[in-house]
Each structure stands twice: as structure tokens, then as C-alpha cells.
Write a protein that binds this ligand. Structure first.
Ligand SMILES: CCCCC/C=C\C/C=C\C/C=C\C/C=C\C/C=C\CC/C=C/C(=O)SCCNC(=O)CCNC(=O)[C@H](O)C(C)(C)COP(=O)(O)OP(=O)(O)OC[C@H]1O[C@@H](n2cnc3c(N)ncnc32)[C@H](O)[C@@H]1OP(=O)(O)O
Ligand SMILES: Cc1cc2nc3c(=O)[nH]c(=O)nc-3n(C[C@H](O)[C@H](O)[C@H](O)COP(=O)(O)OP(=O)(O)OC[C@H]3O[C@@H](n4cnc5c(N)ncnc54)[C@H](O)[C@@H]3O)c2cc1C
Length: 664
């Protein structure tokens, strides 16, 4: 059989309606139609070509990014694209650009932290891109510790202005995307100083560059921080460095929804909690969870299609060799990642709902769900990005040697994705925030305040710390109630154990620092419980289409039992399950791999990714991998000449040295 036929044969084996699954994956028929149309639009537009990206110099890559962003903006206007369509277009263009920070952070910061008046002044200009903004929080010396920022904004009552200043080297703003070469404005986070008194970190809108000739305004030093990991990848972004030398801005450019400074220099706080200054980060963390499912599904699509095409060993009587996807080891590494892609998709949808809910409440001055929204966005951002970064690298290894070629798409995907574990909050720092929230929840048990939302299970802590898992046979692990209780028991027991250990310390902060590694593990257990429970909830919905729900049930079970197997130590050491039950879970997992096997190609087809978006020879839809790999090799610049540049200077003299030696 020709390699090109392998995937067609695989598609015939699918045990469900792939067209219906595409709609489940997209979230709705409407979202599917937009995604399908916009992805084709991007794929057919020569300006959005990206197959040569990793070969470009930094300067050429950056210019190419500017060209793509300008063209995207032109198409958005010409075609009168809606916000959803514009975001979809950005997703399929697949090249990080300054526009991400303008739309994704600068505008949300003004919306979330600006007063009505400030929004009316700044947003129309930002929406029309008459100004371009970035989010300038992190400094050379401080990123995680936002309270440690050093940039100052001193109020000058004489002129009714703030003076923005970088007092030290470490106070230089460092990292903001879009800052280096493009942004005309920034939301700058700085310590508010009035009459010598420090009121902590606040946001200020500061113009950085002239709107006439783009030169930096007086007192501003700005540039790019330099090359980052990998070729292509995140180097399309101008992450920047910025210093202020006593730059003056009008008083009304401090974002004043949370707190205000009056003309007389009086500091006033609204009823709104201070933490809303961190609101933009909550918003972006939520979007990063959905992005994780996209990046993961892309890597999984490549590795799955290639694993069905690739054959090694096992030929009988001259017949074809075994498809590597049929090796149980390949399945046990790949299929949980496929299941995780679906799991992250559904938890991302739920998180979007949670964020919309908390936003609505905040508008009505109900701040009660803010701590949970913070814990969920922080924790899920952390767990999904860490898993996705690891998974992309695993997918590269699943593709053997060819996975290491740039044309597999996996090296660049890895390089562009991994900073997600760091930006918008280092993943460990964020898990410690979740742990604080959990310890607070445990400490309030029995106080009459019942835990709600994602910590509602803690309300059954007495049962969960004593219950015995009822599994006796492998198939018992297919019951959602059994899975859920095992995950709840593990999470509750880990949190309670941490709380007990903490209570032994006379200084709680010292205790928290000493136990932080255990606390992070308890936070991970809690977040994994959320993901599993949201997958199970999704399956309670009406899901049309032949076999679609059944496939999703299989994937949900694979995801849960894979986690259980991976973290068996937690489940057994907390007594949530017995070693025998752990072995039965593994037995069930093996059966599930066999069950899902016929449908895996259709399950990745359901992502509906174009070859342009995948950007991978190994993952192309037709599976014609070998011909394409062979053809691609000849396009490399090194192959432009048969004899390489440098031959006469560096190769020939070595080759000819024996002649010289012989003459000696
Ligand atoms: C061409 C046209 C194209 C069109 C395109 C259209 C669209 C494209 C659109 C969009 C693209 C979309 C999105 C993409 C956008 C960007 C993504 C891409 C790239 C990413 C760029 C990266 C940006 C950044 O990294 S910005 C910087 C991020 N920095 C951090 O995350 C810092 C992490 N640190 C912190 O968050 C905090 O300092 C801390 C660790 C939480 C500690 O805070 P601190 O105050 O010191 O301490 P605590 O004492 O621990 O907390 C006090 C109290 O507050 C509570 N808390 C903390 N944080 C929050 C919060 N965020 N919300 C609510 N509450 C919070 C905490 O729990 C505690 O509460 P308690 O007192 O009750 O215990
Ligand atoms: C590609 C990229 C784009 C970015 N874009 C922006 C942007 O647009 N705007 C912006 O303002 N910023 C941006 N950032 C900055 C980013 O938000 C920070 O780098 C991030 O928040 C991590 O902070 P840090 O660099 O200070 O890490 P650090 O806090 O210095 O982390 C170093 C190590 O210390 C550990 N650590 C730190 N604190 C603790 C603790 N309390 N307990 C235990 N361990 C701890 C961490 O886990 C980590 O292992 C970007 C960063 C990157 C890489």
C-alpha cells in the first residue's frame, strides 16, 4: 500500500460521525462555520504564507509579521469581520504579533480598570487602531512579585500631573510584547506616590512614541529585548525594554476605577476590591486555557496522522510492516494526549462561562466569586500549559527522527508555546495562589460557611476523608461517580493533610514556605479534579451525532484513568484507592486504548485544521509524508548549490593536506 493511502483507510474505520464531532469541538454550529470559512480564507491568502518562517532573519521575520498584521487588519475592515471572526483570523494566521497585546491586554486593561469617562476617551481610538498599546507591568528585577515593582508615578499638585520615572536599572520595564518597536502607548504599572506616601502599584496610560514619526517621546528610552528561544517562534514579537526619565502625564491618565487621585492630591478608594488591578491577568489566563487545547490538539493531530502512516518492524511473509500507532507503547503515550486536548477544550469553554459570570457580577458590584475566579484561572492556566508544553515535546518524540525536522512543525510549535508556562504568571507561583485559596477554604470548614463552586466537594470532607473506593473489577472504573469520588477524595485528602501540617507551625507564612512543594501538589490535584469533573458534566449534555457521545465518553475515561495512573502515588498514599484498584484502572485503560484506536484519525480530523494551519509535513491531511519530506529537503538554502559556500576556504585545504604531508 502507498503511504498516501494509509489515512484514507483509517478514515473508513471511524466509529462516529466526524462532521458532528467538528461541531462539538468548535463549540457550536455557528462557531464551526466561522472557523471553517476563516481558516480557508487564511490558507488561500499568499500574504499569510508561513512555510519559510524559520529560515528568516530576525529583521525579515519582524517585517513579515508587520506585513501580516497590516494585511489582517485590512481584511478585517474590508470583510467587516465580527469580533469572533477577527479573533479566529488571528488564530489561523498563527504568528504572534503586537496586535495580540493591543487587543488582548491593552484594551481589556482600560475596559476593566478605567472609569466610564476614561473608556470613552481611549477605547474608540484603540478600537480603530489610531493608537497601539501594550501592557507594561514586568520589570527587569520583578515579574512574579507585582508588589515589588519599582517604577514610580509621583503626583505633582502644581501641574496636576504624574511624573513617571525609572529610578533604578532593575525598574526598567522588561518583556512587554509590542513595546519594543511598535506600541505608541502603554498601560504602565507603577507605584503611586503622593506627598512622599507610597500607595502601591497602579496602572497609568502613557504615550511612548510620536504619532507623527514614531520616534520615542522625550524622557523615554525604548527598544527590543533581543532574540528568544528557537527559530521563528516567538521572535515575531517585539518584547521590549523601557525606561522613563521623569515623564509627565496628565492626572486623568491614571486608571481610576479602583482608586482615584483628586485635583488636591487626595487618594481615594472605591468599594471595588484592590485586586481588580490584577483583573487583566485573570482575563488573559482564561484565554490561555483555550489556547492550550489548540496547541495541544495541533501537536496531537500531527503525531497521530504520522503514527498511522509510519511503519516499523513486524512484516510477515513480505507483507507490510506494523503501523507504529498499533504499538501499545505508542498508544499509551499518544492517546492520553488526544484525550487531554478534548478535556482542555471543554474546561476552557467552562472557564469562559465562569469569567463571563464573574464579569457580570463585578458590574453589579458583587465581588463574591472573584477569589474563585482567580484560583480557577490561575490553576487551570498553570496545569493546562505545563501539560501542553510537555505534550508537544512528547509528540516530537512520537514522530521519531522526522519529528526533529523543522518541517514537522513541532520544533517551532514547542518554541512558541513554552513561554506560556511563564507569561501571565509563572506556573508554580500561580499554583501557590491556588494552594492559598484551598487552605483558606479548609480553614473555614465547620464555620458555617459552606464551600461553593469548584470547592463544593470540600463540604463533604468528612465523607471524602473516610470513604472507600468501591471498584472491584476493571469495568467499575467506567462509572463517572466512581472516577469523580476517587479524584475528590485524593484532592480533599491532600488539602486536609497540608492544612494539618500547616497548623503545626506557629508562623503560618513560614509554614506555607516550608510546605510549598506539597501545597503545589495539592493544588494540582484540585485543578485536575476540575478538569475531570467538567468533562463529565459535558457528557451530561445532549450531544447529537452517531457515536459522538460514545467516543467522548471513551476519551473522558482515558483522560481520568491516565491521570490516575500517572499520579498513582497520590491516590494510594492518601488511601483514596488501593494498589489493587490502581492495577484495575490500568487494565481498564489498556482496554480503552483498543476501543478508541479505530477512531483516532477521525478524532483528530474533527479539529478541522487546514494543512496551512498545521504547518507540518508529518501531519498533512493526505498522509503523503515521504514524498513531501523528500521534496522539502531540496528547498533548503544549503541545497541551492551542489558545492557549498566555504568549500574552497575550509574543506578543500583539509582534503588536500595529505598531498602536502606526502611532500614533506
Ligand atoms: C490585526 C488584528 C487582529 C485582531 C486580533 C483580534 C484579537 C486578538 C485578541 C486577543 C489575543 C488574546 C489574548 C492573548 C493576549 C495575550 C497572550 C499572549 C501573550 C502573553 C503576554 C504576556 C503578558 C504578561 O505576562 S503580563 C504580566 C503577567 N504577570 C503576572 O502574571 C505576575 C504574576 N503575579 C501575580 O499575579 C501576583 O503578584 C501574585 C503572585 C498573585 C501575588 O500578588 P500579591 O498582591 O503580592 O499577593 P497576595 O498577598 O498573594 O495576594 C493578595 C490577595 O489578592 C488575591 N489575588 C491575587 N491575584 C489576584 C487576581 N488576579 N485576581 C483576584 N485576586 C487576586 C490573592 O488571592 C490574595 O487574596 P486573599 O488576601 O484573600 O488571600
Ligand atoms: C514571552 C514572554 C512574554 C511576556 N509578555 C509580557 C507582557 O506583555 N507584559 C508584561 O508585563 N510581562 C510580560 N512577560 C513577563 C512575564 O509575565 C514574567 O516573566 C512572568 O510573570 C514570570 O515572572 P519572572 O520572570 O519574574 O519570574 P521569577 O519570579 O523570577 O521566576 C524565577 C523562578 O523563581 C520561582 N519563584 C518565584 N517566586 C516564587 C515563590 N514565591 N515561590 C516559589 N517559587 C518562586 C519561579 O517558579 C521560577 O522558577 C512576558 C514574559 C515572556 C517570557
Amino acid at each position: 500500500m502507498e503511504a498516501v493511502d494509509y489515512l484514507a483507510e483509517e478514515r473508513r474505520k471511524a466509529e462516529f460521525d466526524v462532521e458532528e464531532m467538528k461541531i462539538v469541538w468548535a463549540g457550536s454550529r455557528h462557531a464551526y462555520e466561522i472557523s471553517d470559512r476563516v481558516s480557508r480564507l487564511v490558507a488561500s491568502d499568499p500574504v499569510f504564507r508561513k512555510d519559510n518562517r524559520t529560515m528568516l532573519s530576525r529583521k525579515d521575520l519582524f517585517k513579515d509579521t508587520l506585513r501580516k498584521a497590516a494585511h489582517a487588519w485590512k481584511r478585517i475592515i474590508e470583510l467587516r469581520l465580527s469580533e469572533e471572526e477577527a479573533k479566529t483570523l488571528r488564530f489561523y494566521v498563527d504568528q504572534p504579533a503586537y496586535t495580540d497585546l493591543h487587543w488582548g491586554m491593552f484594551i481589556p486593561a482600560i475596559k476593566g480598570q478605567g472609569t466610564e469617562e476614561q473608556q470613552q476617551k481611549w477605547l474608540p481610538m484603540a478600537y480603530k487602531m489610531q493608537i497601539i498599546g501594550c501592557y507594561a507591568q514586568t520589570e527587569l528585577g520583578h515579574g512574579s512579585n507585582v508588589q515589588g515593582l519599582e517604577t514610580t508615578a509621583k503626583f505633582d499638585p502644581q501641574t496636576d500631573e504624574f511624573v513617571i520615572h525609572s529610578p533604578t536599572l532593575t525598574s526598567s520595564k522588561w518583556w512587554p510584547g509590542g513595546l519594543g518597536k511598535v506600541s505608541t502607548h502603554a498601560v504602565v504599572y507603577a507605584r503611586l506616590i503622593i506627598d512622599g506616601q507610597d500607595h502601591g502599584v497602579h496602572g497609568f496610560i502613557v504615550q511612548l512614541r510620536s504619532l507623527d514619526d514614531h520616534s520615542p517621546l522625550p524622557g523615554i528610552t525604548v527598544g527590543d529585548v533581543g532574540m528568544k528561544f528557537g527559530s521563528g517562534a516567538y521572535n515575531s514579537m517585539d518584547n521590549g525594554v523601557l525606561r522613563f526619565d521623569h515623564v509627565r502625564i496628565p492626572r486623568n491618565q491614571m486608571l481610576m476605577r479602583v482608586s482615584q487621585v483628586t485635583r488636591e492630591g487626595k487618594y481615594m478608594q472605591s468599594d471595588v476590591p484592590r485586586q481588580l488591578v490584577y483583573g487583566t491577568m485573570v482575563y488573559v489566563r482564561q484565554t490561555i486555557v483555550s489556547d492550550a487545547s489548540r496547541a495541544l490538539s495541533r501537536a496531537v493531530c500531527i503525531a497521530t496522522r504520522y503514527s498511522a502512516v509510519r511503519r516499523q518492524f513486524g512484516s510477515q511473509n513480505g507483507g507490510p510492516e506494523t503501523q507504529v500507532i498499533n504499538y501499545k507503547t505508542q498508544q499509551s503515550r499518544l492517546f492520553p494526549l488526544l484525550a487531554s486536548a478534548y478535556a482542555f477544550k471543554f474546561v476552557g469553554e467552562w472557564l469562559k462561562w465562569l469569567y463571563a459570570d464573574v464579569t457580570q457580577r463585578l458590574e453589579a458590584n458583587d465581588f463574591s466569586t472573584l477569589p474563585e475566579a482567580h484560583a480557577c484561572t490561575a490553576g487551570l492556566k498553570s496545569v493546562t500549559t505545563s501539560a501542553t508544553a510537555d505534550a508537544i515535546e512528547e509528540c516530537r518524540k512520537l514522530c521519531g527522527g522526522h519529528g526533529y525536522l523543522s518541517s514537522s512543525g513541532l520544533p517551532e510549535l514547542f518554541a512558541v508555546y513554552i513561554p506560556a508556562c511563564t507569561y501571565e504568571g509563572d506556573n508554580i507561583v500561580l499554583l501557590l495562589q491556588v494552594a492559598r485559596f484551598l487552605m483558606k477554604t479548609v480553614s473555614q470548614l465547620g464555620s458555617g460557611k459552606n464551600p461553593v463552586g469548584t470547592t463544593a466537594y470540600m463540604g463533604r470532607v468528612e465523607h471524602l476523608t473516610q470513604c472507600n473506593c468501591e471498584v472491584q473489577r476493571a469495568e467499575d472504573w467506567l462509572k463517572p461517580s466512581v472516577i469523580l469520588e476517587a479524584f475528590e477524595a485524593r484532592a480533599a485528602r491532600m488539602s486536609v493533610a497540608c492544612a494539618k501540617s500547616l497548623s503545626k507551625f506557629s508562623n503560618p507564612e513560614e509554614g506555607f514556605a516550608e510546605l510549598s512543594a506539597d501545597l503545589v501538589e495539592a493544588a494540582v490535584a484540585h485543578c485536575q479534579l476540575i478538569i475531570v469533573s467538567k468533562f463529565i458534566e459535558k457528557l451530561q449534555q445532549d450531544i447529537p451525532g452517531k457515536g459522538v457521545k460514545r467516543q467522548l465518553e471513551t476519551l473522558c475515561n482515558i483522560y481520568a484513568l491516565y491521570l490516575l495512573h500517572k499520579h498513582l502515588g497520590d491516590f494510594i498514599s492518601t488511601g483514596s484507592i488501593s494498589p489493587k484498584q490502581g492495577a484495575l484502572a490500568n487494565e481498564q485503560l489498556r482496554l480503552l486504548y483498543s476501543q478508541v484506536r479505530p477512531s483516532v484519525i477521525a478524532l483528530v480530523d474533527a479539529f478541522n485544521y487546514t494543512d496551512h494551519y498545521l504547518g507540518s509535513i508529518l501531519g498533512c491531511y493526505d498522509g503523503n509524508v515521504y514524498q513531501k519530506l523528500y521534496d522539502e529537503a531540496w528547498k533548503d538554502p544549503l541545497n541551492e548549490t551542489v558545492v557549498p559556500d566555504g568549500y574552497h576556504e575550509y574543506i578543500r585545504p583539509i582534503l588536500k593536506q595529505h598531498i602536502r604531508n606526502a611532500r614533506l
